[in-house]
Write a protein that binds this ligand. Structure first.
Ligand SMILES: *Cc1c(COP(=O)(O)O)cnc(C)c1O
Length: 234
């Protein structure tokens, strides 16, 4: 795919985001686009950053750091893939937001690494609402005990939730999962205080449904860059 086509796709994605928000009476500005750039070369990332995309989502720390060395403009890096505990030390501080925290053990490791660096690391909690065994994320039943424990950790700040619905034939079938994440965030807010402002949900195939159900952050790769060789994580 040429750079021109990619910028055209980006424009189209932005229009679709705005249209989906407007459809349900939301401000398009209330939805942040994260470009999911696994497998995308630095030159292309530079082009979309120049076109105003401020957040780059990567699945692997090494790949993200390698690319960061080639960036011309300023952008923010988010971790959207599974984070192994042995990578935490280097991930903390590099990523402005770690979107994929899926266990208390990982939260504790991040907290300790953040303390050493004297920063407060922002994180999202990844929730597995479908119960699929192949997928990362906390089960719904474990969320409240996780929140109680994790909110005691002073060097992390839990700013929202992330979910990935099952891969389905009809995107309409993803709706209950997005609605479920929003309801879960409201339930947690009611019980635990500090609001979870970010709902990171929606990918190329389903971001419009996610926005209709309250997504404040969508992670889009294929709809911008075309399909790359490495398969997406579902
Ligand atoms: C790859 C990826 C995306 C983007 O998926 P597309 O279908 O290519 O838009 C979003 N979130 C995560 C966690 C991913 O790994």
């Amino acid at each position: 795919m040429t750079e021109r086509e990619i910028l055209q796709n980006l424009k189209r994605v932005r229009e679709r985001i705005a249209a989906a928000a407007t459809r349900v009476g939301r401000e398009p500005r209330g939805v942040t686009l994260v470009a999911a750039t696994k497998g995308v070369p630095p030159a292309t990332i530079n082009a979309i950053v120049a076109a105003g995309v401020g957040i780059i989502g990567e699945n692997r720390l090494q790949e993200a750091r390698r690319k960061a060395a080639h960036m011309e403009g300023k952008c923010s890096w988010h971790m959207i893939g599974h984070l192994q505990t042995n990578k935490v030390k280097d991930a903390v501080g590099f990523f402005d937001l770690i979107q994929s925290v899926d266990s208390l053990r990982l939260a504790v490791e991040i907290d300790q690494a953040a303390e050493k660096r004297r920063i407060r690391q922002k994180i999202l909690v990844e929730i597995n609402l479908s119960g699929e065994k192949t997928k990362y994320g906390l089960a719904r039943v474990d969320v409240f005990s996780f929140m109680r424990e994790a909110r005691r950790l002073e060097n992390i700040e839990i700013v929202g939730l992330l979910t990935i619905p099952p891969l389905v034939e009809d995107t309409e079938w993803t709706r209950p999962f997005f609605r479920g994440l929003r309801q879960l965030a409201l339930e947690i807010d009611g019980k635990e205080g500090a609001p979870l402002k970010i709902l990171s949900m929606g990918m190329s195939s389903d971001f419009e449904v996610a926005i209709e159900e309250g997504a404040t952050m969508v992670r889009v790769g294929t709809a911008i860059f075309g399909s790359r060789s490495r398969s997406r994580e579902r």
